[in-house]
Ligand binder design. Structure first.
Ligand code: HEM
Ligand SMILES: *[C@@H]1O[C@H](CO)[C@@H](O)[C@H](O)[C@H]1NC(C)=O
Ligand SMILES: *[C@@H]1O[C@H](CO)[C@@H](O)[C@H](O)[C@H]1NC(C)=O
Ligand SMILES: *[C@@H]1O[C@H](CO)[C@@H](O)[C@H](O)[C@H]1NC(C)=O
Ligand SMILES: *[C@@H]1O[C@H](CO)[C@@H](O)[C@H](O)[C@H]1NC(C)=O
Ligand SMILES: *[C@@H]1O[C@H](CO)[C@@H](O)[C@H](O)[C@H]1NC(C)=O
Length: 303
């Protein structure tokens, strides 16, 4: 019995711990070749890319690494700043691809509405640029950017497209390829995007995950334990402890989920999701009532 007790105990806590770290950035512990390291990074929400950088306030330079994981040698990759708006046209781009002779080329090019991808100078200096195809299949562009005051917080776009007879060909414009835009803040390090995960969206995800784990998993598991494990005499009082554990941890997670919901609501004044909020309140109230009545009943029977 001891074994199954610990197993169930573990699955209860595992469920919670599994769901939480999946919301964290994974770019942070990526190790680059050649002793390169970057203090800040952000997972970009489309095309499995990340941006890593060191910003030097003294001379307004940023050493960056743009990484596309799971890259293909028959594709080009590109990352760009767009000082004017969140779109391709007007972007100041860094491009990299594998030349038919095997070497990895990296250069800068300005993008207009119909880019020709020919090397050219950008609106700001790029003192160094290089690219590599890493052993684990990532394509990475390394560059130093000479920023200006206004470029420290600006728009970024990134893209991937096919090589076409040795030259970069047109990329798809639907799906993720049409949404690979955002902003980059070289000083404060937060990337918010239109297409991807904003901090608000992240809070919404946390709210959803917490509530799903609580009311959707832990509480029902606790009920199932009480209902079905009880019948096994050999299980002794273990079912009860398991039941109590699942219900209390479920309820605790539920409170957290409810609180994040309240916080979210207070952060969007003027917008209310009435049915959603009322349902949430009812579920929370019923859950609270249930937890309190059964706890007091237990102590009453004990006395
Ligand atoms: C062969 C060169 C390229 C061609 C022919 C091309 C063509 C296009 C076209 C036709 C669109 C749709 C525009 C619209 O719907 O108004 C588009 C969108 C886009 N392109 Fe490109 N592109 C090229 C290179 C690049 C590069 C190097 C980047 C690098 C960042 C890029 C990033 C984007 C992004 C983020 C969008 C979606 C946002 C927007 O519509 O402006 N493109 N591209
Ligand atoms: C980052 O580290 C965590 C554990 O610390 C590991 O699970 C994860 O796979 C690592 N990610 C990468 C991209 O190396
Ligand atoms: C990395 O750093 C170590 C010690 O700091 C040095 O011995 C080594 O040569 C460096 N490797 C490269 C590729 O620069
Ligand atoms: C800018 O400053 C950093 C650190 O202060 C330094 O390592 C770097 O070489 C400088 N870059 C330029 C282009 O002056
Ligand atoms: C491959 O071609 C590029 C562009 O023409 C050239 O710069 C590079 O040196 C070539 N690399 C090799 C290994 O031939
Ligand atoms: C970075 O954050 C500080 C303090 O929160 C703020 O004053 C500053 O304007 C921010 N910088 C940029 C470029 O957003």
């Amino acid at each position: 019995m001891d074994k199954s007790l610990t197993t169930l105990l573990f699955s209860c806590t595992l469920l919670i711990s599994l769901c939480v770290p999946s919301l964290a950035q994974t770019c942070g512990n990526y190790t680059f070749s050649g002793n390169r390291s970057y203090s800040t990074c952000n997972d970009l929400p489309q095309l499995s890319c990340s941006l890593h950088w060191n910003y030097h306030p003294s001379n307004l330079t940023a050493d960056i690494a743009f990484r596309k994981s799971g890259a293909s040698t028959s594709n080009w990759i590109s990352w760009a700043l767009n000082p004017s708006r969140q779109a391709m046209a007007g972007s100041q781009a860094l491009v990299a691809y594998q030349h038919p002779n095997g070497s990895i080329l990296a250069y800068t090019t300005q993008l207009n509405k119909n880019p020709n991808m020919q090397p050219g100078k950008l609106s700001f200096d790029v003192p160094s640029i290089a690219a590599e195809f890493s052993s684990n299949g990532d394509m990475i562009i390394f560059a130093t950017l000479q920023l200006t005051d206004s470029l420290r917080l600006t728009n970024q776009v990134w893209q991937e497209g096919p090589m076409n007879g040795g030259n970069p060909g047109e990329h798809p414009t639907n799906g993720q390829n049409g949404k690979s835009m955002g902003t980059v803040d070289f000083i404060n390090g937060s990337v918010t995007t239109t297409g991807g995960t904003t901090s608000k969206q992240r809070k919404r995800n946390v709210h959803g995950v917490l509530n799903a784990v609580s009311w959707g998993i832990l509480m029902p598991v606790g009920i199932i334990i009480a209902r079905y494990l009880k019948v096994f005499k050999s299980a002794g009082p273990a079912w009860f402890y398991l039941h109590v554990m699942c219900q209390t941890s479920g309820y605790a997670v539920g409170i957290a989920g409810w609180a994040t919901g309240i916080k979210l609501g207070s952060e969007s004044p003027g917008i209310s999701y009435d049915t959603h909020r009322n349902l949430g309140m009812i579920i929370f109230a019923l859950g609270t009532l249930q937890v309190f009545t059964s706890t007091s009943l237990f102590f009453f029977l004990l006395a």
